[in-house]
Design a protein around this ligand. Structure first.
Ligand SMILES: Cc1ncc(COP(=O)(O)O)c(C=O)c1O
Length: 479
């Protein structure tokens, strides 16, 4: 059978479920999708949008296909996940081999070889003395674990009043109630209030929306943003603050890189007040910016790193909290333990896949590929700045946000109705119809987000730019 015959069969076999229902209908009737307005898919007769759930059936390299056989460039790596690209046989093989050998065993007082090997490998790559790996099944659990560790660490070391956390406006850190408290998106939190007390917010590093007198001076803006953290610690009381949670490049809001000097100053502040610096690298690690850990890219030393997504390139779920020797020290003694865990944390199959995934990184030099090609990716996207709708292109590595504005000179953004018409009414579908899977998002100002598999190069950059150009040109008529 040829590849395309295999693929045709894959599509055919996914047309209906085992009850004979069309996939789109069964999805509408039974799936409860994350952060999804289900009304979009309800029938028009009952007041819904009459849309059809897009169903992706296959991936190969940087491309995905839907059930009708249409091909899309996966410019979001699924959800900031598929670093090495789709369809890697060796990752499927690694999973199968491990499942045959030992499908499951927990890390609750026992261990298994793959988790040990992976912990050793992550510790070797992580900066400084971040040598202790607590495995989870995803990013939100890693963030949740980090807050719990920060609290317990200070209880064990004679500062029991330190429990609060500081994070940034519009930042997303996951949905468990602790992680959601750290998240800075009011719409995501409001339905679940009251959340965990003690989560304080400070400004993010959106240079494009910086106070006007700081826009032309990124260094001064970085200092200004970092100092807001010191101010919040002072305001809350240094004896009450345990940790600061920051992404190296903040995703939500549209890729805000750290201004020069920002993390250097944050580190100083954390040291001054004995507050832990948690680098939430759920998106930014595993080559997304160009190194295994983005704190390395930006030259700062965190106390904890949280990771997930790209660790297996999505071939199996896993996450981790990576903590410093200092934080583990009190847990080496007596009856002390971290009374916290997840049945599937460090799952043997996922750990085996992570090892095989990291082998691919090394063999193919993926991090160097990102470092070499990121400036070209950026330069290609910058071409879009000639469009009236494109206000800003920002990001780093293989991770960019394109902010859309109503007026480039004044940086005026869209009101809620315009945003609704532009993003949901037009852009999301138009981009997909144009063969580009990416994200049109308005959790801050409206942005298009790109985080493709790390394997792509100039031909795909050009392809992305051209597809965006045609859709964004047409978008001028849709708000
Ligand atoms: C920075 C950051 N932290 C945490 C999370 C939550 O990860 P998960 O969805 O695996 O729970 C995400 C998810 O996108 C994230 O981007």
């Amino acid at each position: 059978m040829t590849t395309s015959e295999t693929f045709d069969n894959a599509i055919r076999s996914t047309r209906t479920t085992r009850t004979g229902a069309a996939y789109a209908d069964a999805a509408r009737d039974h799936l409860w999708m994350s952060f999804t307005r289900h009304s979009t898919y309800e029938p028009r007769e009952s007041g819904g949008g009459g849309g059809s759930v897009p169903i992706i059936v296959k991936g190969e390299g940087a491309y995905i296909w839907d059930g009708q056989g249409r091909k899309y460039l996966d410019a979001l790596a699924g959800l900031f996940v598929v670093q090495v690209g789709h369809g890697r046989e060796e990752l499927a093989e690694a999973a199968a081999k491990q499942a045959r050998e030992l499908a499951f065993f927990p890390l609750w007082s026992y261990a298994h070889p793959r988790a040990i090997e992976l912990a050793e490998r992550l510790a070797a790559d992580a900066p400084g003395d971040l040598n202790r790996i607590f495995f989870t099944t995803g990013g939100g659990e890693a963030v949740e674990s980090a807050w719990k560790l920060a609290k317990q660490y200070f209880k064990l070391t004679g500062k029991p009043g330190k429990y609060k956390v500081i994070s940034r406006n519009i930042a997303y850190h996951g949905t468990p109630q602790g992680a959601l408290s750290i998240t800075g998106l009011p719409f995501a939190k409001e339905p679940f209030e009251p959340l965990v007390p003690g989560a304080v917010k400070v400004p993010n590093t959106n240079l494009y929306r910086a106070p006007e007198h700081l826009r032309e001076d990124p260094k001064a803006f970085g200092r200004y943003c970092a100092d807001r953290i010191a101010e919040a610690i002072e305001f809350e009381g240094p004896d009450s603050v345990a940790a600061v949670f920051l992404e190296p490049v903040q995703n939500s809001g549209g890729c805000f890189p750290p201004p020069p000097g920002y993390f250097e100053r944050v580190r100083e502040i954390c040291d001054e007040y004995d507050v832990l610096l948690v680098s939430d690298e759920v998106i930014c690690s595993f080559g997304r910016i160009g190194s295994m850990f983005a704190s390395t890219d930006f030259g700062y030393q965190p106390d904890i790193i949280t990771v997930a997504k790209g660790m297996t390139s999505g071939y199996s779920p896993i996450g981790a909290m990576i903590a410093s020797d200092r934080l583990f020290e009190p847990f080496r003694h007596g009856h002390t333990m971290f009374a916290h865990g997840y049945t599937f944390g460090g799952h043997p199959v996922s750990a085996a896949v992570a090892m095989a995934n990291l082998d691919i990184f090394e063999r193919e030099g993926l991090n160097q590929h990102v470092k070499d090609n990121a400036p070209l990716f950026r330069a290609t996207l910058d071409k879009l700045l000639d469009l009236p709708l494109v206000g800003d292109v920002r990001g780093d590595g293989y991770f960019y946000g394109i902010e859309l504005v109503k007026d480039k000179t004044t940086r005026e953004t869209f009101d809620d109705d315009e945003c609704e018409r532009l993003l949901r009414g037009f852009l999301s579908k138009a981009l997909f119809d144009a063969g580009l899977y990416c994200r049109a998002d308005d959790r801050g100002d409206p942005v298009i987000q790109l985080a493709p598999p790390l394997i792509i190069g100039q031909p795909e950059f050009d392809d992305i730019e051209q597809r965006l150009r045609s859709v964004l040109t047409e978008a001028e008529n849709h708000f």
